[in-house]
Design a binder for this molecule. Structure first.
Ligand code: SAH
Length: 372
């Protein structure tokens, strides 16, 4: 197969500058302004590379919409406030949220809709999806661009798209995992020359066997810290849903998907979706350190069912034919079933200390969140 245009560019850069950290490779593959995956490809849906929860069923966004309206009530109905989605993809989740939120006109009247999205192509898609809805969006390139004020934010499969760093245990030291070229000139993993100081990772992780890999998400932690600080100051909520685990843990979760099939992460750069599982402990610790409170993480299935997913499915199917009802049941199973998204995906909310939220455990603050 001929190399992708981005592969040519990455190889040229490696020949010039030497191997690049996994962090840079993932960042370039996803976000190169011209050839990056989210800039150039149509990732979502049956004809794309993967299917996300809002694309499985409108019920996902509807349940989240009802949750956001209830959270807004419990926050004391701030007005105005910023209703923001991070990484909205096709805009499907927000369209479903707004359809439900319209039933509470005071919520819609107070909301300023913001979408944090870097891809111009996806921004255009989002504009089309949300056209004719109750709120006209403003796009932001990053969280810092959102004007001050209370914030109600949602992020589904956003943190898993942010580049990670990987470190590997090598002869008793931690070295950064890099992407270089093998003897045949193909992209290949290697290790950076500099060993990390023994203190940091080893203290957090304990003894590691030769070859063990750990991952950190500096961008994810920085974004979470900024949002938590903002919420602790101006009030609000962040609801984040992702494929993830409660770290610290060893393991390589860097993965690629193309046309619904797992592929090698070094194959077809720019044409495969690259993700890494989210370390929810790292996000929770970052939020708590910034002065906010965290709820969860809990499994997506438990969260959606506690918020009435099954009842919503019943209402949606009430006047439908048998085939449509079977579809709706299958969607519930996909979103909430233990073998499917229900337990693989986790939900973490960040709020002001003391706020109780539907479907989520009581909040924990800095002193209650274990710091690995
Ligand atoms: N939430 C959507 C799409 C998830 S894919 C869904 O569930 O269907 C990840 C989304 O995040 C894409 O829209 C992508 O363009 C966007 N994205 C990735 N990195 C980003 C960054 N650093 N800042 C803003 N958006 C980003």
């Amino acid at each position: 197969m001929t190399p992708t245009p981005l592969e040519h560019r990455i190889k040229a850069r490696i020949r010039l500058d030497g191997p690049m950290p996994v962090f840079d490779y993932m960042g370039v593959c996803l976000a190169d302004p011209e050839l990056g995956y989210y800039m150039a490809r149509e990732p979502f849906g049956k004809g794309g590379d993967f299917v996300t929860a809002p694309e499985v069923s409108q019920m996902f966004g509807e349940v989240i919409g009802a949750f956001l309206v209830e959270a807004w009530e419990r926050l004391g109905r701030p007005a105005p406030f910023h209703l923001v989605e991070f990484g909205p993809g096709r805009g499907t989740l927000m369209a479903d949220v707004l359809r439900v939120a319209k039933r509470q006109p005071a919520f819609v009247a107070a909301a300023r809709l913001g979408l944090v999205e870097t891809s111009p192509r996806l921004r255009a898609k989002q504009a089309t999806t949300l056209a004719g809805g109750p709120l006209a969006p403003t796009w932001y390139g990053a969280a810092e661009e959102i004007p001050p004020g209370p914030l109600l934010a949602v992020a589904n499969e956003f943190f898993d798209a942010l580049p990670i760093r990987q470190f590997q245990r090598d002869h008793g030291a931690w070295r950064e995992r890099v992407v270089g070229l093998d003897a045949e000139g193909r992209l290949a993993f290697g290790l950076g020359p500099t060993a990390l100081p023994e203190s940091g990772l080893s203290q957090r992780l304990g003894a590691a066997v030769e070859g063990a890999i750990v991952e950190v998400s500096p961008v994810g932690v920085a974004i979470m810290t900024g949002l938590a600080r903002r919420i602790a100051g101006a009030g609000g909520l962040l609801l984040t849903i992702d494929y993830g685990y409660s770290g610290p843990a060893f393991g390589d979760t860097f993965q690629a998907v193309r046309s619904h099939t797992p592929v090698d992460v070094l194959e077809r750069p720019g044409e495969a979706d690259l993700t890494a599982h989210v370390d929810f402990t790292a996000l929770a610790v970052a939020a708590a350190r910034a002065g906010a409170a965290v709820h969860g993480p809990v499994e997506q299935g438990d969260f959606l069912l506690a918020l009435g997913l099954a009842e919503r499915a019943g209402r949606l199917g009430a006047d439908k034919d048998e085939a449509t009802r079977a579809d709706i049941v299958a969607q519930v199973e996909r979103l909430a079933g233990p073998e499917e998204m229900g337990s693989l995906f986790k939900v973490l909310a960040v709020t002001l200390p003391g706020l109780a939220l539907p479907g989520l455990p009581p909040s924990r603050t800095h002193s209650e969140v274990p710091h690995p």
